[in-house]
Design a protein around this ligand. Sequence first.
Ligand code: PLP
Length: 385
Amino acid sequence: MDMKFVAERHKGFKPSVLMQLAGLSKDMTDKIDLSIGDPDFTTPKEILEAGYKDALAGYTHYSQPKGYPDVIQAVVNMYKRDLGVDVPTENVIIVASGDYACFLSCFATINPGDELLIADPTFLAYKVQVGYAGGVPVFFPTSADNGWRIRADVAEKYITSKTKGIFLCNPNNPTGTCLHREDLEAIYELAEKYDLLIYADEIYTAFSYEVPFTTMLSIPGAAKRTIVMNSLSKNYVATGARLGWVIAPPQIIDAINLEGVNMVYTAPAISQRMAKFCLEQGAPYMEPIMAEFKERMFKTAERINKIPHLKVQSPPPGTFYLYVDVRETGMDDVEFTLKVLKEAHVVVVPGSDFGDCGKGFVRVCCTVGLPKLLEAFDRIEALGL
Ligand SMILES: Cc1ncc(COP(=O)(O)O)c(C=O)c1O
């Protein structure tokens, strides 16, 4: 392809192994795909009907730039009711997805040359979006030895005079780790010491099994330097709604608003109405889905640990991802991924796709039913790795 019209920033782009896997497996009719971070459940019909009913009643226009006031209020009420934190309404903006929440947050705060600390392994969009905003991603290691929990003392070693902030993904994609309150307190202390912003991606709020989910906003003092990003995608199995929100100090929200009105203008009206319903009345409809995710995660982790040379934290800490240690097979994570793809027709993602610290691990998404998950690991066991 002639690249002459393509912007310089895209020219060094290398497709991830995940992107290549889709091509390699496209003709396998019996494949079990455990690479997709999109829940397999359809959004509960009560949530869809709430959006549809409001659309018929006229919610088919632009909303106020920061979102419908009653949707903003629903966010505020949910944080008080479920997470015990007071969020002023001027600290909230409704946006078109969690990804866009992150993009807008980066553009609202990052100056060219600013360094942003990101825990390795990581959800990949942070690195790209920090780069788009002119910032420099600086990776600091986390390790399976302490369940991939962020250590503030390790992050501190990577701080320079250019460091602007630190990214947290809690609960974490790809490792499933849930940070404990003391981890968040230590990160907050670090942020105070070096005057850093905290970018807290809390998109898997509902998927914390090991410890109760703790929002960064619940750490006293943290709200003044924290940007929380969240969305309907995972907590309400509504990735297609493309609906998220940001909670941040009002000056940052105003900057995000200015960017947002000049890009997408407002978040989709119908999805905003779904969000109001989700946040106010969605929990009972999610209970069976969350119970099923938990069962899949726990039983699949148990199954994996019965296979020689494979290891995974059991019971798993959170999310719908298992980060499986394959080092004892003697293969690296890319070799393992290609072997199970070609010989067992099972698609997983090499851990190194998420950063150097993920070498020797693979990510398994529990986004297919338990029988398929168990069959996938029967097939993998039969390879005798
Ligand atoms: C950690 C994390 N943040 C953000 C997103 C993007 O979510 P959304 O669908 O709301 O854009 C994802 C999606 O996989 C994710 O895993």
